[in-house]
Design a protein around this ligand. Structure first.
Ligand code: ATP
Ligand code: MG
Length: 295
């Protein structure tokens, strides 16, 4: 059996909390013993609310910050000790939530992509490669001369994807790539990503707080809650039979398609239409327990 493209083994990341006068005030376990693996050609969806540790996981995979403990392997090889090297960048590329911030406003689309090609000493015909990359993300060739401010959000994200693909990575880490986009644009970017994964033999880690996006896109889903994966399963069973309270909460905010699904969906109270935070959840639980104790 071949090694998974990406594997996390019991990865922990703690941050020191600074108190008054720079004194240490303990630590926060942003990522708390996370393990999962992604096979080649698969999409692994990592879901969880704000602050659950999603971006911290992404940054560790990118080699931007080392884990406190545990191991991260790409094609069966540990990446620890070779943080953020060129060879690592060649294998793993990232697409961020805010395409406006990730593109240099003073560079045209073409320049941004050429910088990526140069950084990796691209030896082929750069002009041809640029045209090829724009075509991959379904952008007209003359967009190479445009500046980011002349592009829509969706177009900017296409450029960010083209730039990530410039160096022919094996793995794309997509950190909320569509969260800043309108719903209709969101769907088209996901469609584009779906086409590319097959066409280019890619593998994706798709990070989102929105489980509904993963339904037809990911094979497996991991639900992250306060730095821990509380549920990891094939996407179909997560939707049909969520095992963890928190997954049910996330699902409660997913629009349902059929009456059957509506009937299956657990009835969980949202707080002001929002998914409760960890603290809310704790309060809800305590309330329920107190009620139970009183009856
Ligand atoms: N550099 C840092 N120093 C201290 N704490 C940090 C640092 N980076 C992240 N954290 C904390 O780690 C936890 C996880 O943050 P992270 O950004 O990974 O969450 P996230 O799931 O990506 O959230 P969001 O959906 O808002 O992007 C949070 O409690 C955050 O405050
Ligand atoms: Mg994040």
């Amino acid at each position: 059996m071949t090694a998974p493209v990406l594997e996390l083994r019991d990865v922990v990341k703690t941050y020191a909390l600074k108190g008054a006068f720079g004194r240490s005030a303990g630590e926060v376990r942003a990522v708390d013993g996370v393990s999962f693996a992604i096979q080649k050609g698969d999409v692994y969806g990592l879901a969880g609310e704000s602050g659950s540790g999603k971006s911290t996981i992404a940054r560790m995979i990118m080699g931007l910050t080392p884990p406190t403990s545990g191991d991260i392997l790409i094609d069966g090889q540990s990446i620890l000790g070779r943080q953020a090297t060129l060879a690592h960048r060649q294998q793993v590329q990232m697409v961020f939530q805010n395409p406006g911030a990730s593109l240099n406003p003073r560079r045209t689309v073409g320049q941004s992509i050429r910088v990526a090609l140069d950084a990796h000493h691209y030896a082929g015909d750069r002009k041809a490669r640029l045209a090829e990359l724009l075509e991959m993300v379904q952008m007209p060739r003359h967009f190479a001369d445009r500046y980011p401010h002349e592009l829509s959000g969706g177009q900017k994200q296409r450029v960010a994807i083209a730039r990530a693909l410039a160096v022919e990575p094996r793995l794309l880490v997509l950190d909320e790539p569509t969260s800043a986009l309108d719903v209709s644009v969101q769907a088209r970017v996901i469609e584009l990503l779906e086409g590319l994964i097959e066409q280019l033999g890619l593998t994706y880690l798709f990070i989102s707080h929105d489980l509904s996006l993963m339904r037809n896109f990911a094979q497996d889903v991991g639900v992250l809650y306060l730095g821990k994966i509380v549920e990891t399963d094939p996407v179909a069973s997560v939707f049909a039979d969520p095992r963890h309270d928190y997954t049910r909460l996330l699902l409660a905010s997913v629009p349902v398609i059929s009456a059957e699904e509506e009937a299956l969906r657990p009835k969980i109270p949202l707080i002001n239409g929002e998914i409760p935070t960890a603290e809310d959840l704790l309060a809800l639980r305590t309330q329920a327990q107190t009620k139970e104790a009183q009856t």
